[in-house]
Structures are given as C-alpha cells and as structure tokens.
Design a protein around this ligand. Structure first.
Ligand SMILES: [Fe+2]
Ligand SMILES: [Fe+2]
Length: 197
C-alpha cells in the first residue's frame, strides 16, 4: 500500500538535529569539566588508598582497623560515583578514572592515620577550588561542591578523631582495636560532637 505524503511535511532526514549532542544541556565551562573529572579520579584514588590501608591493617592483624578502612573505601567510591553522575546528568563526557599509584606499605598505625588526614585535607582543598570556580562562573557545579565541602567537614572530623583515639590508647593496640568501631557506629570518641544541649 502506498501512502501519500501530506503536503508540507518534512522528510525524516530534514528533522535530524543539526547541533551536536554536546550543545544540549548546561554542560559547563571546560575548566569546570576538568575540575570535575579531576575530582572523579581523586575520589577513586582515595578508594584505592583506603583499600591499601585496609589490606595492610588486616595483614598486621589489626582486624578492626582493617574493617574501618574497608568500610571507608566504599564511601569514597560513592563520592566518585556522585561526581560521575553529576557530569553525566549534564551530558559531559566522563573518562574512566585515571589511576595514580597509591602507597602500599605503611610504617605503623600512626603513619596510616596521618596519611589519611593528609589525604582528606588535600581533598578538601580540591573541592574548595571547584567551589570557587563554580561561584566565579555561576556554574551549577556549585551544588555538588557545596555538598562535598560539608562532607569534607565530616571526613576530616572522622580521621582527626581516629588519631585522637589512637593517641588516647597510647600505643595499646588491644584497646584501640576494641574501640575503633565505635567511631563510625556510635560517634563515640568523635571530636566536635557536643550537639546542641
Ligand atoms: Fe571523598
Ligand atoms: Fe574522604
């Protein structure tokens, strides 16, 4: 059966969008894209660093500390995926996370926790740069940068609290192992945790 083409209708090929997909959506300035992609890589690097720490701790027999780091590595993965989703939702091309070599051997528990604090401070600095750039260019990455500045407040608090607990235990690994789980589960030993009483 032959259908008559309605007069004035356009052929399929004429209806194809002339713009490339990258012209749709609010996909941000290129420096914002670069900072977001950098953050994706960094969060997955954090995941691998904390996994290396978990493996080291378990090997040394510090099973509760290993559990702490193994759980925390999953947090970092969630952060990475949050940045991935933010980019994808804006139709930005996301490259698979580049892998920077992470430390694999650690001197002792003191070294592990100090390196964690250092990494979290570095992460906060990077998110601060993203926030400043988004503010300057009026970019919607401001929402995710703002969310992760708050998140970093908690992350730094967690690791400084871990160090504070370690110092309190004065090298007694049995005490430390018995209490380390409390930090995440109940907030016990967390600094800056007075609440509003
Ligand atoms: Fe993170
Ligand atoms: Fe973190």
């Amino acid at each position: 059966m032959k259908f008559n083409k309605p007069s004035g209708s356009k052929s399929v090929s004429e209806k194809q969008p002339s713009a490339s997909m990258s012209e749709y959506g609010s996909d941000g300035k290129s420096n914002i894209k670069d900072l977001l992609q950098k953050q994706v890589c960094h969060e997955f690097d954090n995941e691998r660093l904390y996994f290396a720490m978990a493996l080291w701790a378990d090997y040394k027999g510090y099973t509760q500390l290993a559990k702490f780091y193994n759980e925390h590595k999953q947090e970092e993965r969630k952060h990475g995926m949050d940045f991935v989703n933010h980019m994808l939702a804006r139709h930005m091309k996301v490259m698979p996370p580049c892998e920077h070599k992470q430390p694999e051997n650690f001197e002792d528990i003191d070294d592990v926790i100090k390196q964690s604090i250092k990494r979290e401070i570095e992460t906060t600095k990077m998110i601060g740069e993203l926030y400043a750039e988004a503010l300057k260019t009026n970019d919607m990455a401001l929402t995710i940068a703002s969310k992760y500045l708050s998140e970093q407040h908690e992350e730094e608090q967690l690791f400084v609290s871990l160090y504070s607990l370690w110092k309190k235990c004065n090298g007694n690994i049995i005490d430390f192992e018995m209490e380390v789980g409390q930090l995440k589960e109940t907030g016990k030993y967390k600094i800056g945790n007075f609440g509003v009483h």
